[in-house]
Write a protein that binds this ligand. Structure first.
Ligand SMILES: Cc1cc2nc3c(=O)[nH]c(=O)nc-3n(C[C@H](O)[C@H](O)[C@H](O)COP(=O)(O)OP(=O)(O)OC[C@H]3O[C@@H](n4cnc5c(N)ncnc54)[C@H](O)[C@@H]3O)c2cc1C
Ligand code: FES
Length: 359
């Protein structure tokens, strides 16, 4: 008993000794849904409409939250029609803000982005994961900065800019923010105010699909970047936006100065090996589906009402990894064929033959 007392000093440690963690989670979660001794949960305190198709969700996290660096992202899990689904969202608030914020733009037919824009309510609980990602500034950075954002790609950049302002950064900072139309610019008024209050910050709002007075209409190209930020090659550049913006940024900016964040799957278009119907056999759940091998295995399974664990849907988080017992797949992110028995990320692999998966 003395040894027991030495090892368990707090009420939580006593409780953990007597009950399984999950049981405590279950009981306390019923008393107060935000409580958990294992999982990061957050209560929605506010939902702010940013544009007609984006919202900022203000969150109060529980004691399991360990904090973040500006520019990082978190997995957010919600239950939609009985199905738990996870997507990644960049943190749009900065460290000094009292509450954590994410900003979500609706994607056409997007499951979670539409749910978070239209269905979720103040007071509800979201399940989060730890903040991760390298789209961050190192503490001793002395290099002037260039941020290039496309659409919702401004979210992690907002967090970093507010942090730089808070720290009274003396670096020269330029932002090229591309948006399809003026009405789709997220944080427009707020960013203009930030620019007014922060003398070394210069934000260039650029429209791609609309002509509007006092706005430039252009896609990113060499002439534009040279004109707006003449010393861009020597700056440390952060790019967050669609694949097309990332591609041209890679061509223009020296790779040693370039940090990229991708919100969308970057899958290569690989010709199908044949037009035959393939069978995907799930060995643990004893289900078999027939596919024609056009989509990823995850998409094929979901289209058949089977929802294996998944997260980012783009080969980043490894949540969807599973053992392939037999069959040939193609990794669509690299265009490479895999025929050995090995573990695959089903969100980026496509079936080339009949498959047997440990699912
Ligand atoms: C590291 C990281 C950070 C992210 N941060 C943010 C953020 O701060 N704000 C934000 O709004 N989103 C962010 N995303 C994207 C987000 O995770 C989801 O992919 C997005 O909300 C769509 O999910 P969905 O469930 O609505 O769409 P799904 O139901 O998964 O997909 C529906 C359709 O939309 C397409 N699609 C999916 N994502 C995108 C996209 N980003 N752009 C264009 N088409 C897409 C799919 O190809 C599919 O055709 C981030 C993604 C990653 C990996
Ligand atoms: S769902 Fe994230 S790697 Fe597949």
């Amino acid at each position: 008993m003395n040894l027991f007392l030495l090892k368990h000093n707090t009420p939580k440690e006593y409780a953990n000794y007597f009950f399984k963690n999950s049981l405590i989670d279950f009981i306390f979660g019923h008393i107060n849904p935000i409580y958990s001794n294992q999982r990061i949960k957050a209560k929605i305190l506010d939902i702010k409409k940013e544009t007609s198709d984006s919202v900022t969700i203000v969150l109060q996290t529980n004691a399991q939250w360990k904090g973040f660096e500006p520019g990082q992202h978190i997995p957010v899990t919600v239950t939609i029609e009985g199905r738990r689904v996870t997507r990644f969202y960049s943190i749009s608030s900065c460290k000094s803000e009292k509450f954590l914020c994410i900003t979500v733009k609706k994607q056409p037919e997007g499951l979670v982005s539409n749910f978070l824009n239209e269905k979720i309510q103040i007071g509800k609980i979201l399940e989060l994961g730890e903040a991760t990602g390298n789209f961050t500034l190192t503490k001793n950075n002395k290099q002037d900065l260039l941020f290039i954002a496309g659409g919702s790609g401004i979210t992690p950049i907002r967090s970093i800019l507010n942090q730089l302002k808070k720290e009274n950064s003396k670096l020269n900072i330029d932002v090229l923010y591309f948006s399809k139309t003026k009405n789709e610019i997220i944080f427009y008024e707020e960013l203009k105010k930030l620019q007014n209050d922060f003398s070394n910050l210069n934000i260039h709002f650029i429209l791609t699909d609309e002509k509007e007075e006092n706005f430039r209409t252009s896609f990113l190209n060499k002439n534009l970047i040279e004109e707006l930020v003449s010393d861009f090659e020597s700056r440390l550049s952060f790019v967050c936006g669609p694949s097309s913006l990332q591609k041209i940024s890679r061509e223009l900016i020296p790779s040693k100065n370039l940090i990229l964040e991708n919100f969308q799957p970057h899958l290569t278009s690989v010709p199908k090996s044949n037009n035959q119907v393939k069978e995907i056999k799930l060995l643990k759940s004893h289900k078999t589906i027939s596919v024609n091998g056009e989509k990823t295995i995850l998409q094929e399974l979901e289209a058949n009402g089977i929802y294996p664990p998944s997260g980012c849907g783009m080969g980043i988080c490894h949540t969807c990894i599973c053992k392939k017992e037999s069959g040939i797949t193609t990794d669509l992110s690299k265009g490479k064929t895999h025929n050995e028995n090995e573990s695959i990320q089903i969100c980026i692999h496509r079936a080339e033959t009949n498959l047997e998966l440990e699912l």
